[in-house]
Design a binder for this molecule. Structure first.
Ligand code: 0X9
Ligand code: ZN
Length: 427
């Protein structure tokens, strides 16, 4: 997101950062999505960088003790982009760089545009509306701070690289991670790193629910249910996927495997027929199930989360992309043995399918793959667990898709909340 601001300012598309305002409402957040589509420069980061490289510019940091020094730099023609303590940074072509180096300015460092782009730690500029880890955390914090009577933020646990898996809780009587006897719903995004649309759907669901807290139906769910939203279950992988400024098509967590490869497929690491089918024992593979079930701290944290909350009745784990709503089993061709569960799964998936235009389906009809989180959660705790495969073509469907996906999925999530008090009332 920050990079977008920078590039808009630099390209002159935007004089002032319009998204810098804090505490945006849900509508403002959603409107950003359409506004950015119109305003955004279309060239991908790599192309922009090579354009800049072609004009021979550099990202330069120059000593500047105070505002007078900054004024002198501006007068020399230096376009100040960032002000740091004792220095400023911005872009300079070869002539200006020569001037800055020869006069009494004090060039601290210079970086070619190609190297500058490669340092980027964010979404490519055309997808800058997507929330990275920090931005997701900041938004969750803002939401909790703005609704202290009903919302709180806590960590489900740390990742292998030490990030927190943040979870926003909406509950009118309990804060933090303490127990509740109210029926619970848990929405989880981004278990697979590259499926960034799932973070948007989850975090904007949180924003929408809190924004609409006084709507009659939402008000009722907030006062009677225990609602959890964890938009980024695999933040290490998610950040790795974007950190160069161009997508890495990365799926797994960031575990260091024996043999030197990286990552375990978290959606193959749960203890449900672990590693029997549709999973690989080869560590370099994208569907590597890990050395044993629950070998990964991320899946352990999610396991503990479910086990500590036996009040959970419904769950969605968001993935992308197939426009499908999947229900157990995914690791076995059989139907779930409990007839009432099967009926509830089918009915609820069908209703959510109508609201999203996604196809309801038994998970194993997509393919049999063992060790997925939804199968495990249902088998271990009885929670009615759905895997959503959001819409889109490809893992990086762009900024334009977000608004519709969020709106559709809010309807489905609200429907799920409407049955969370007793999911079996639908059959
Ligand atoms: O393969 C997966 O983990 C999911 N698809 S994705 O493209 N998001 O990777 C599908 C999970 C559905 N579960 C099973 N079929 N077991
Ligand atoms: Zn996935």
């Amino acid at each position: 997101m920050l990079k977008l601001l920078l590039s808009l300012i630099l390209t002159g598309t935007l004089a002032l950062p319009v998204f810098a305002a804090e505490n945006l409402s849900f509508d403002q957040l959603l409107n950003q999505l359409t506004r950015v589509e119109q305003e955004i420069p279309v060239a991908p980061v790599a192309a922009q960088a090579s354009d800049r490289a072609a004009d021979g510019r550099y990202w330069v940091t120059v000593k500047a003790a105070d505002k007078h020094a900054r004024t002198r730099l501006l007068e020399a023609g230096f376009d100040i982009v960032e002000i740091e303590k004792g220095s400023v940074s911005g872009f300079a072509g070869p002539d200006l760089l020569g001037l800055l180096s020869s006069k009494s300015f004090g060039v601290v460092s210079k970086v070619s545009m190609a190297d500058y782009a490669a340092r980027a730690k964010d979404f490519p500029s055309q997808d800058a509306i997507y929330h990275n880890y920090q931005e997701t955390y900041d938004l969750l914090k803002q939401l909790a701070a703005a609704n202290p009577d009903i919302a709180s933020l806590f960590s489900i646990g740390k990742t292998v690289e030490g990030r927190d898996i943040w979870c926003l809780r909406i509950n009118s009587s309990v804060k933090g991670d303490g127990p509740s006897s109210k029926p619970g719903a848990f929405f989880m995004g981004n278990l697979h790193a590259r499926e960034h649309l799932t973070t948007e759907v989850s975090v904007l669901l949180a924003a929408w629910l809190l924004e609409h807290r006084n709507d009659a139906d939402v008000k009722k769910y907030i006062s009677t249910l225990d609602i959890y939203i964890a938009p980024m279950a695999n933040p290490d992988g998610s950040e790795f996927d974007i950190k160069t400024g161009s997508y890495q098509y990365y799926r797994k967590n960031m575990a260091k495997n024996a043999g030197g490869s990286r990552g375990v497929d978290l959606n193959r690491n749960f203890d449900s027929w672990w590693c029997e089918s549709g999973a690989s024992t080869y560590p370099g593979s994208d569907t590597y199930c890990g050395p044993k079930a629950f070998s990964e701290v991320e899946s352990q944290n999610i396991k503990r989360f479910f086990e500590a909350r036996r009040n959970l009745k419904t769950h969605i784990t968001y993935h992308s992309y197939a426009s499908e709503i999947l229900y157990p089993w995914g690791g076995n061709d059989a139907d779930v043995p409990e007839e009432k569960d099967k009926k509830a799964f089918i009915k609820i998936a069908t209703e959510m399918g109508k609201l999203t235009n996604y196809e309801p389906r038994k998970s194993s009809d997509m393919y049999v793959a063992t060790g997925d989180s939804a199968d495990w959660a249902y088998a271990a705790t009885g929670v009615l667990a759905f895997t959503f495969e959001l819409e889109g073509r490809g893992f990086y469907p762009g900024a334009a898709i977000v608004k519709g996906a969020v709106e559709r999925n809010i309807k489905a999530a609200v429907y799920l909340l409407s049955v969370t008090d007793n999911p079996y009332k639908v059959i």
